[in-house]
Ligand binder design. Structure first.
Ligand SMILES: [Mg+2]
Length: 195
């Protein structure tokens, strides 16, 4: 069994950290619960995609993407899965965060065998691939993400999907191929339960 797992806001608590950073740096008061779209500028963080990329870069240089904490129970969930599945972490992070990401994973998941794949589709459309294309090429059986569009794309490839419940995907209704769960741990329990 091959499982594709997103990184930001599935493995680690990225957007809340970016919102906190943005509020502090730009004297704003945006709440995590108010982030109703994956396009953060639609919830008042920056004005457009270019500004979000700039804010993420500022966050990385001033705080560090490698300083974002793991979400609760993620470590146990991954360890519980590794004996039953090949794990591919599939991320939209820019390639330029590759080294930092690899170090982060080695520190948090030492001695585990996995691969990190960079779709790079948010930052650079040249040479990038959609997550659904990557999943198809890798032969992914199960895909877990917090982005409703990626999950929907993958479900159309016949991949069983789990959508991690977040404020920015509330308008998405689950269907037969896509199960909404509150955490990676919950998805892993369902996978391991064979449901
Ligand atoms: Mg994500």
């Amino acid at each position: 069994m091959k499982i594709g797992i997103d990184i930001d806001d599935v493995i680690c608590n990225t957007i809340p950290n970016i919102v906190t950073f943005y509020n502090r740096k730009y004297n704003k008061n945006i709440k995590f619960e108010e982030i109703h779209s994956f396009n953060l500028w639609e919830s008042g963080i920056g004005k457009n995609k270019e500004e979000i990329i700039k804010i993420v870069n500022e966050f990385d240089s001033e705080i560090g993407l490698d300083k974002v904490e793991l979400l609760p129970n993620v470590k146990q969930a991954i360890i519980g899965l590794i004996s039953q599945a090949d794990i591919f972490f599939i991320t939209s992070r820019s390639n330029k965060f590759q080294n930092k990401t690899e170090v982060y994973f080695k520190e948090n998941f030492p001695n585990l065998d996995f691969r990190v794949v960079y779709a790079n589709d948010f930052h650079d459309h040249n040479g990038s691939k959609k997550k659904s294309e990557i999943c198809r090429e890798l032969g992914i059986d199960i895909f877990i993400d917090d982005n409703k569009d990626y999950v929907l794309d993958c479900s159309k490839e016949g991949i069983r999907c789990f959508l991690i419940n977040k404020p920015w995907n509330q308008d998405f209704k689950q269907n037969l191929e896509i199960t909404r769960v509150n955490s990676l741990k919950e998805a892993v329990e369902i996978i391991k339960g064979g449901n």
